[in-house]
Ligand binder design. Structure first.
Ligand SMILES: [Ca+2]
Ligand SMILES: [Ca+2]
Ligand SMILES: [Ca+2]
Length: 425
């Protein structure tokens, strides 16, 4: 399924608009075209953004690191940068240099979510997920020209302030240099394949074992269901461990455990919606590595709206403005009611032993008391071989694109209702 980092689509344009406004304001005052770091782009401290992996010497036979099908000792070079903080970092203007010259500068609006990575390849047309970097628009290309034998270095800096620096010489053919421990800004730079848990000789945008750096919930499908529960909801995200413990539907202290859930892959969990009161809810996936929350990803309704129910009466729009009834709009064009909604599709147990109000409890319960649903094991979309022991994942961050604030939930619910009405026309 296609997952959607809903709010990021709003955040990035807003960030770019604000950035552009700051640029214009500066130019109008005759100042340098540099936004105010205090309000737009704060000064980064050493170690907040760091160089985690450098690949200067791609193998001429097996080194298509950027996945574009072209073997190039230059284009398949890359540098991986990681946000070491628990907040998104605005990195526009941060530059990357080697011993020869400045090679790359992050464009306006570039934001690396908490704990996430950006990758700069030497060129080509990178194709792939690269952890979550592609999803967050953090895969770039620039002429890097990293030396294979002559000692070289990579420096990242913001203005004149050096944020991080690595030095290297004679990196092994086809093996990147990586922090050890992986993702530790203080770690020494060693051959990628010697880092504990590493799979292969390089891992652009991802941890050494191929997992994304941070865990997220991106979306739910369907996004709407009845307050009686029972619908099977596909929850997309990243970094779901094999030790899935619970899936919660919750709102402001009220929490209901899914009566049946299953991990389909590291990026997909399916959970039966428990009964809940009307309105948007946050989703929480709990596994043996912690919990991941996505705010407002699902909305409970008491009934599915009719095609015209998305807007309240007299909502500022002319009603029946001179048009004859059903003027040009196909009405229930041969579709059965709710034809577009995967509703109780017979796949998962419905109301699996729940008492009427069992869904709403004051405290989180990791053990729902219900065994995971027994479905045929589907194919996994990511290799989980070589997983290292559970490392503490970065905590979900409310400022991430995938985590809207609760206040936006109602707005989203209305949008979902409106969207549903439109879809069903
Ligand atoms: Ca390539
Ligand atoms: Ca090189
Ligand atoms: Ca990596």
């Amino acid at each position: 399924m296609t997952s959607r980092p809903k709010n990021r689509a709003w955040e990035l344009p807003l960030a770019r608009l604000a950035f552009a406004a700051a640029l214009l304001a500066g130019l109008a005052c005759g100042e340098k075209a540099e936004p105010d770091l205090g309000t737009m782009r704060r000064a980064l401290g050493p170690g907040e953004l760091f160089i985690n992996e450098v690949h200067a010497n791609p193998d001429a036979v097996s080194g298509d690191t950027n996945g574009d099908g072209v073997l190039s000792e230059n284009q398949d070079e890359f540098v991986e940068l990681v946000n070491a903080t628990s907040s998104p970092l605005e990195v526009s203007g941060v530059s990357l240099s080697d011993a020869t010259s400045s090679r790359f500068t992050f464009p306006p609006g570039a934001v690396i979510p908490a704990g996430e990575a950006a990758v700069v390849f030497g060129g080509g047309a990178p194709r792939g997920d690269f952890g979550n970097a592609a999803r967050f628009g953090l895969v770039f290309t620039a002429s890097l020209g990293l030396n294979n034998s002559t000692p070289d270095h990579v420096v990242i800096q913001q203005g004149a302030v050096e944020l991080d620096r690595v030095e290297f010489a004679n990196p092994a053919d086809g093996i990147s240099l990586n922090r050890n421990p992986d993702g530790d800004p203080a770690g020494a730079l060693v051959a990628h394949d010697t880092v504990p848990g590493a799979v292969g000789g390089y891992s652009p945008g991802a941890r050494v074992d191929g997992r994304p750096f941070a865990r997220h919930l991106f979306g739910a499908d369907p996004e709407i269901g009845l307050t009686s529960g029972g619908v099977a909801v596909e929850i997309s995200g990243s970094g779901f461990s094999e030790g899935l413990l619970a899936v919660h539907f919750k709102r402001q202290g009220a929490i209901a455990a899914s009566p049946g859930f299953q991990r389909r892959s590291s990026s997909l969990v399916v959970a039966v919606a428990p009964p809940f009161t009307e309105g948007p809810v946050d989703l929480e996936v709990v596994d043996d590595e912690g919990s991941i929350v996505g705010a407002g990803l699902f909305t409970y309704v008491t009934s599915f709206p009719s095609p015209d129910a998305g807007l309240p009466p007299d909502a500022g729009l002319p009603r029946d403005a001179g048009l004859p009834p059903d003027a040009g709009l196909p009405r229930d064009a041969g579709l059965p009611p709710d034809a577009g909604l995967p509703r109780d599709a017979g796949v998962l147990p419905h109301d699996a032993g729940l008492e009427p109000d069992a869904g709403v409890a004051p405290e989180p319960e990791l053990d729902s008391g219900f065994p995971p649903i027994d479905l045929p094991e589907p194919e996994l979309d990511e290799p989980d071989a070589g997983r290292r022991p559970a490392a503490p994942a970065p905590a979900p961050d409310g400022a991430l694109g995938c985590s809207a604030g609760g206040a936006g939930g109602w707005g989203f619910g209305l949008l979902a209702l409106f969207g549903l009405g439109r879809r069903r026309r």
